[in-house]
Design a protein around this ligand. Structure first.
Ligand code: FAD
Length: 490
């Protein structure tokens, strides 16, 4: 590559190892250019591109895959929105931005409070943006929580709002908004958003892998991308938006930051969730946040009636209310119960769930089960005795499962094996770049890195140490818009 002075100069420093910062460099001549360069066309990148283009910026989106969509297109399509969206209101639920924030701050501890508040206050407007950009929602509530409805209903409980302790924190209101498409709606959502990218006039180049940032005088002024296998310097006159997903598929990064995720059988995402964009930003001094946080999906229900059973750990003890949000259970199982969990049922409470889980052990007594499973002698017997004694009165004073799910369990018992090596634990990463509420990438002291913006799972969003279904597509699209707007005007 020629420099201004005609001398060959490397675009970057030496290649770093798989978890280190990727150094940025200078280039002499750009092959492509635009006001705003968006890296990655999942939900966050699409919304950044739409917003920057609609604000009048010339936008170029670089997508590593042959088609846009990313992990967003594989997803269930649930988007966490509230504060009184038209769908909530039409379905008879009253919600406010304050209640939504109260819930999210409790369910997502350690998340960025300023982002949570901005998100909740802007949620109804953001719903309007999605609808205006071609994403329809049916005003129909689906009663089975925690996953996308099998039909095209528009609203579900998706974060445990109707279970303890959240019932004591804010009125239980469903906020999982499901685009009007049967079952998994992520592909449909991305079809809608990608056509809006096109309508907004953003230019898209696929098979284009952003490799490194380009800097000039401490300002990010572009990227070097491999386009169809050729190194291509791309100039961003106003800003670069990194929206390239997380790092679940960079094994050394996962090993380094959140090694528990490697125990799970089904990592979620695409090969492009390789953390490259995070490392590119580190190369210009960006700070990281929450890199150890992961979400762990677990298909325990539907049907929700299954939560009438009892979950015990490797010590034969209960540890959480079984009726809580599935992602909360998944994290608890993997991170605090060492991936060693058993689901105890009787004939009345058992049903085959969505993924066909069946009892691995059946026995006439808790004592026999302890021997068969290898639980400490007396442990399961004591747990069931105590649970049943309270359940006779419809109570669960230990873990506050809602009375409607509490009833004594009677032998014979069946036990579903939920240990991490034999069950579907599905993690993805939540940590990433530290950003402002406007998507500015921040350095170690909180100062914006000039010219650099980011959104989606490339950033630490609002999940923190918690999670609710719909928050990734939610914060990706919401803060993607803000990043696109800020990049376009900088
Ligand atoms: C099965 C499944 C179900 C899920 N269900 C839900 C749900 O219902 N609700 C919810 O909120 N979340 C859900 N999630 C999580 C959610 O889908 C993701 O966290 C979210 O889509 C991430 O969006 P993003 O825009 O940050 O990244 P992505 O959608 O992954 O987009 C990133 C894009 O960047 C591209 N890219 C990567 N590196 C480069 C590079 N160097 N140069 C150029 N392009 C690059 C990728 O190819 C990709 O297209 C689910 C995930 C899975 C796998």
């Amino acid at each position: 590559m020629a420099t201004d002075g005609g001398e060959p100069e490397p675009a970057t420093g030496p290649e770093a190892g798989p978890i280190e910062a990727l150094p940025a460099g200078a280039v002499g001549r750009f092959e492509l250019e635009a006001d705003v360069v968006v890296v990655g066309l999942g939900c966050a990148g699409a919304c950044a591109a739409i917003t920057a283009a609609e604000a009048g910026a010339e936008v170029l989106a670089l997508e590593a895959a042959p088609l846009g969509g990313g992990t967003s297109a594989m997803s269930g399509g649930l988007i966490y929105l509230g504060g009184g969206t038209p769908v909530q209101t039409a379905c008879g639920f009253r919600d406010t931005a304050e209640d939504m924030a109260r819930f999210l701050l409790a369910a997502c501890p350690g998340g960025d409070e300023a982002k949570v508040r901005a998100y909740c206050e802007g949620s109804v407007e953001h719903f309007g943006f999605l609808v205006e950009h071609g994403v329809p929602f049916a005003s129909r509530f689906h009663p089975e929580p925690n996953r996308e409805p099998p039909d095209d209903s528009g609203l579900v409980f998706s974060g445990g709002e109707d279970s303890w302790p959240f019932t004591e924190i804010a009125p239980p209101v469903p906020r999982g908004h499901h685009p009007q498409f049967p079952d998994s709606a992520g592909g449909f959502l991305m079809q809608c958003l990608l056509s809006a990218v096109h309508v907004a006039g953003a230019r898209v180049v696929t098979d284009a892998v952003a490799e490194r940032l380009v800097v000039d005088g401490g300002v990010v002024v572009g990227v070097v991308a491999t386009v169809d296998g050729v190194d291509t310097p791309v100039r961003a006159r106003r800003g670069v938006v990194l929206a390239a997903g997380g790092f679940m598929f960079n094994r050394p990064m996962v090993e380094h930051y959140c090694p528990e995720a490697l125990r799970a059988l089904v990592p979620l995402g695409t090969d492009h969730d390789d953390g490259r964009a995070i490392r590119m930003a580190q190369g210009v001094g960006a700070a990281l946040e929450g890199m150890h946080h992961i979400e762990v999906g677990l298909p325990l229900t539907p049907p929700r009636t299954l939560v009438r059973g009892v979950l015990v750990n490797g010590r034969g003890e209960r540890f959480l209310n079984e009726d809580t949000y599935l992602g909360r259970l998944g994290k608890e199982f993997l991170l605090r119960q060492d991936g060693q969990v058993y689901f105890v049922h009787d004939d009345d409470t058992f049903a085959v769930n969505l993924v066909g889980s069946k009892p691995r052990w059946v026995a006439a007594s808790a004592a026999e089960l302890e021997v068969e499973i290898g639980l400490p002698p007396g442990s399961l017997q004591a747990t069931l005795e105590r649970y049943n004694a309270h359940a006779e009165r419809g109570e669960d004073p230990d873990f506050h499962k809602a009375p409607q799910w509490v009833r004594p369990l009677r032998p014979p018992y069946g036990v579903v094996d939920l240990r991490v090596a034999s069950s579907i634990y599905a993690p993805f990463t939540l940590g990433g770049l530290r950003t402002s509420i406007d998507g500015e990438v921040l350095d170690q002291v909180g100062t914006p890195v000039p010219g650099l913006f980011a959104a989606g799972r490339t950033t630490a969003g609002i999940a923190g140490a918690g999670y609710v279904s719909g928050i990734s597509l939610g914060d990706g699209t919401f803060f993607g818009r803000r990043a696109g707007r800020a990049a376009g005007r900088s």
